[in-house]
Design a protein around this ligand. Structure first.
Ligand code: XMP
Length: 512
């Protein structure tokens, strides 16, 4: 975003880096996360109001530590180092950082020594969240201590420059004074204005899209999910009929596939959407396939093939619209490299980079909740923008073993019952993702006087904010009972329902 009124966060690999960005954006100040090794020249030439150095897993004195050019500290810019960031400032300024005799993990009592600026309007004593093994042993030159705990120097300030360090994590909600500290840094010290508003974003990005697209056409793969839908409506607001959306019905979507909502968008916004019925092609391609990775590959490739076929039919297309969002962007420039975690397979269902179009990604600066707010501001229903994520390969990875049209129908029916009941119990918005999995396991049951031999459905519901870790949801027994009875009595072919109580890790959210 081209604004001077922004904060740059240099990422040293902390699990909390994105959280810092979220907190700053919550203060209505725009911020971006850059890798720690961003060239100094880029920092010098980019207008900004201040820099935050994030935490990180390493020790500043380790051989392979992530270091920065100490000239950064000579720039006339406010800087706040958090945890590793503070240790780095100390290390580069003549202080000594070493392993602490008493490490601090969890809550510690913070005592403030100087309420002057960073700690303005916070109580003298409060609980803060610590997570560090190293600490400042010898204070860096020209710095003073402005807060402490029983075991560490917890905050420092340069005597003449606007350079600050916090040993604890101000960005986590456990640190109750955290928001006030970030406010003090951002508004008092960096002199930012609170001007990051969704309405502003929409106005600016509409203008940018118009200029960028010119007289060419844009094509977009609409999945029925939140990101691609908001992206489509935003693009449409900017360029109207120059946008064509392609909705590929793989036959592996939920019963409520989103098509119903997309039809509403056609009416409400005048969005032009081509619906391609490709159920048979997908089922045929998946016949006899049981291996999850093979399923993903087949679906991914066929999706691209079909999308390409359709996109080629549209004239004058130069641009491919995509609903990429900021966490994907951060992930792709992460200092940790492309994430080595289980998430790497998730781009299946996306489009390859070598399509003959240029990318236009108007949401690439937004976090998920900002995408939702944008959607609502554009007039999309609340219920739609708050729906749970759905994986690219769809129900194919929720039908364990071979996929048949009969199994898809069974799963769709069971899944819909679960989702409906979550809404009935007013719990849909309380859980992060909920769905049903169909197992190829058949067991004996009894219905009335008749013996049955049917499939097993697994109910899965998780609570998470980042989807990297998740807890199984503690759903009320009444809900589980209702869902189980309804599935067994209404979905002929399923006669047993189980509830998955595995968290992630060690499990994953999906079963395949
Ligand atoms: P796991 O199962 O890895 O899932 O714990 C974490 C999140 O990612 C979604 N997911 C996918 N999304 N393509 C996607 O677009 C995929 O192949 C895929 N696999 C899992 C999953 O639904 C959850 O939200």
């Amino acid at each position: 975003m081209k604004t001077e009124n922004k904060i740059i966060i240099l990422d040293f690999g902390s699990q909390y880096t994105q959280l810092i960005a979220r907190r700053i954006r919550d203060l209505e100040v725009y911020c971006e996360v850059w890798p720690y090794n961003t060239p100094l020249e880029k920092i010098k030439t980019t207008p900004m109001k201040g820099i935050i150095l994030s935490g990180g897993p390493a020790s500043v004195y380790a051989e392979d530590a992530f270091l920065i050019d100490s000239e950064l500290l000579q720039l006339d810019l406010p800087i706040l180092g958090i945890c590793y960031g503070m240790q780095l400032i100390s290390h580069l300024s003549g202080g000594k950082v070493q392993r602490a005799a008493k490490q601090e993990f969890g809550f510690s009592e913070l005592v403030i020594d100087d309420h002057h600026d960073l700690f303005a309007n916070v109580p003298v004593k409060s609980q803060v969240w610590m997570s560090h093994a190293d600490h400042i042993e010898v204070m860096p030159k020209d710095f003073v201590q402005i807060a402490h705990s029983a075991n560490s120097i917890s905050a420092i300030r340069h005597t003449t420059k606007k350079i600050y360090g916090l040993q604890f994590h101000s960005e986590v909600t456990h640190t109750l004074i955290g928001e006030q500290l970030l406010k003090n840094f951002v508004f008092k010290i960096c002199q930012c204005e609170a001007d990051w508003k969704i309405s502003e974003f929409i106005t600016m990005s509409t203008r940018e899209i118009k200029t960028k697209v010119g007289s060419h056409n844009v094509v977009l793969a609409l999945s029925g999910g939140v990101d691609s839908s908001v992206c489509a409506v935003l693009l449409h607001q900017a360029i109207g009929q120059q946008l064509t959306c392609i909705f590929v019905d793989t036959g592996l979507l939920r019963q409520d596939s989103g098509w119903h909502d997309l039809q509403k968008f056609q009416k409400q916004f005048g969005l032009s959407i081509l619906k391609i019925d490709a159920k048979e092609r997908f089922l045929t391609a998946l016949k006899g396939v049981t291996n999850p990775e093979q399923k993903r590959k087949i679906i991914g490739n066929l999706f691209i093939e079909i999308f390409n076929e359709e996109a080629q039919k549209i004239k004058n297309v130069k641009w491919l619209g995509q609903g990429t969002i900021y966490p994907d962007v951060i992930e792709s420039v992460s200092v940790k490299g492309p994430s080595a975690t289980i998430k790497s397979h998730h781009n299946v269902g996306g489009l390859p980079k070598d399509l003959p179009f240029q990318l236009i990604e108007p949401l690439r600066e937004l976090f998920k909740d900002e995408v939702r707010k944008t959607g609502e501001a554009l007039g999309i229903d609340h219920q739609f923008v708050y729906k749970h994520p759905f994986p690219g390969p769809g129900l194919a990875v929720r039908i364990i073993g071979e996929i048949t049209s009969e199994k898809v129908t069974l799963l769709q029916a069971a899944d819909q019952i679960f989702i409906d009941e979550l809404y009935n119990f007013d719990l849909y918005d309380q859980v992060a993702q909920a769905f049903v999995v169909l197992l190829p396991v058949q067991s004996v049951g009894v219905m009335g006087d008749v013996r049955t031999y049917g499939y097993t459905a697994v109910i899965r519901s998780v609570d998470t904010t980042d989807f990297m870790t998740a807890n199984w949801s503690r759903l009320p027994f009444e809900l589980l009972d209702k869902v189980s009875s309804r599935i067994v009595s209404e979905v002929r072919g399923i006669n047993r329902v189980t509830y998955d109580i595995t968290s992630k890790p060690p499990g994953t959210i999906e079963w395949e």
